[in-house]
Ligand binder design. Structure first.
Ligand code: BTN
Length: 326
C-alpha cells in the first residue's frame, strides 16, 4: 500500500484526503496514517493538513524498493523488482535467479555492490548510496549470435534517459559506454547462458555514475558523474524508471527486425566515435582507422589506411580515440 500511496501523491501533486486513501485501499485511517509516517521516515516530506489531507511536498533522492515499485509502470521490464541495499553483483544475482526460473523482466537493483564487475573481467567500483547498479533479465527466443546487439539497444535507452533526466547531451562510445563531456558515466555488461545451443537467458547489467565524486586522479580524465556534468540533483529512481521505459520502446523496434536496422541511424547519430580516428584494441593486435558507424549487426565499421573496411565485433575489443579515451 505504501508504494501505491506514493504513486497517488506523486501523480496528483495535490492534497489527497485521508478519507479518499482509506476508501481506495479499503483500510482504516490509522493504517493510512502509519503508512504515511513510514514514508516520512524513509525521507519523503509529506504535509498533513486538517480537512485537506496529505500532500507530497518534497521527494529527496529516495532509492528503495517502494520508490521503484511506485514509479515503474512499464509493460514488462521491471515487472518483478528485487532491491538490495548491498549485494555482491546484480548481474551475479540475476543469473542465480534466472537459474531458479525467474521470469523475463525481473529487475535486480542495488544501492551498493561489493563485487561489481565490468567488461573484460574488470572491477566495477560500486560505492553505496550514490549510483545506480541494476540488471534486467531477458528470456529471448532469438539466436545466440544476436544477443550482443542487446548491449547497443540498452545503450540507446540509457543515453535517452540520461539526456531526459539531466537535461544535457550524452553520447555513446561503441559499444557500451555512455559518455558526457567525453567522460564515461555508464557502462553496460551483457551476459548470456546457453542450453542446447539456445539462449536460456540474457542479463543486461548497467552501472550508472550518478553522484560519485570526486574521482581518484586515475579516473578523473576518463570518468564523471551525471550530477557533476548537469549541476543538478538527479533522482536515481526517476533515472532508472526512464531507462526501463526507453528500453521497452527500443527493444520493440529491435524485435521487429531482429537486428539494429531500425535503430542504426539513431545509434550512429549518438556515436561519439562517428567519423573519427580510432584505435582498435583487439587482443589479436591493435590498429587504427576511421570509425564509420555500426552496421545492422552492431559491428563497428572501421576504414583502414588501405581504404578497406573492417567489421569490428565487440567481444573482447575496445575502441579509443587516437589521443585518449574518446
Ligand atoms: C563496463 O563498462 O565495463 C561494464 C560495467 C557494468 C557494471 C554493471 S553495475 C550492475 C551490473 N552488475 C555488475 O557486476 N556489473 C554490472
Amino acid at each position: 500500500m505504501k508504494a501505491e500511496i506514493l504513486t497517488l501523491l506523486r501523480e496528483s501533486g495535490k492534497y489527497i484526503s485521508g478519507q479518499e486513501l482509506c476508501e481506495r485501499f479499503g483500510v482504516t485511517r490509522t493504517a493510512v496514517w502509519k503508512a504515511v509516517n513510514q514514508l516520512k521516515a524513509e525521507g519523503y516530506e509529506i504535509e498533513a493538513v486538517q480537512n485537506k489531507g496529505y500532500k507530497l511536498v518534497k521527494q529527496p533522492d529516495v532509492f528503495t524498493q517502494n520508490e521503484l515499485i511506485s514509479r515503474i509502470h512499464t509493460k514488462w521490464a521491471g515487472s518483478n523488482i528485487l532491491f538490495y541495499d548491498s549485494i555482491g553483483s546484480t548481474n551475479h544475482k540475476a543469473k542465480l535467479l534466472a537459474e531458479e526460473g525467474a521470469p523475463e523482466g525481473t529487475l535486480v537493483v542495488a544501492g551498493e555492490q561489493t563485487a561489481g564487475r565490468g567488461r573484460k573481467g574488470r572491477e566495477w567500483i560500486s560505492p553505496p548510496d550514490v549510483n545506480v547498479y541494476f540488471t534486467l533479465l531477458l528470456r529471448p527466443s532469438f539466436q545466440p549470435d544476436k544477443a550482443s546487439m542487446l548491449t547497443l539497444v540498452m545503450a540507446l535507452a540509457v543515453k535517452s534517459a540520461v539526456e531526459d533526466v539531466c537535461g544535457k547531451a550524452a553520447e555513446i562510445k561503441w559499444p557500451n559506454d555512455i559518455v558526457m563531456n567525453k567522460k564515461k558515466v555508464t557502462g553496460i555488461l551483457t551476459e548470456m547462458s546457453l542450453q542446447g545451443g539456445e539462449i536460456q537467458y540474457v542479463v543486461i547489467g548497467v552501472g550508472m555514475n550518478v553522484k560519485t565524486q570526486p574521482f581518484s586522479p586515475d579516473f578523473n580524465d576518463k570518468a564523471t558523474s551525471m550530477e557533476i556534468e548537469s549541476g543538478k540533483e538527479i533522482s536515481r529512481a526517476l533515472l532508472l524508471q526512464r531507462v526501463l521505459e526507453q528500453f521497452e520502446n527500443y527493444y520493440d523496434l529491435f524485435l521487429e527486425t531482429m537486428d539494429l536496422s531500425l535503430l542504426k541511424e539513431e545509434y550512429n547519430h549518438s556515436l561519439i566515435n562517428h567519423n573519427r580516428e580510432v584505435r582498435v584494441l583487439d587482443p589479436a593486435g591493435e590498429y587504427t582507422g576511421t570509425a564509420l558507424g555500426i552496421n545492422n549487426k552492431g559491428e563497428l565499421l572501421v576504414r583502414l589506411p588501405d581504404a578497406s573496411i573492417k567489421e569490428v565485433y565487440a567481444g573482447e575489443v575496445s575502441v579509443r580515440g587516437i589521443y585518449g579515451y574518446v
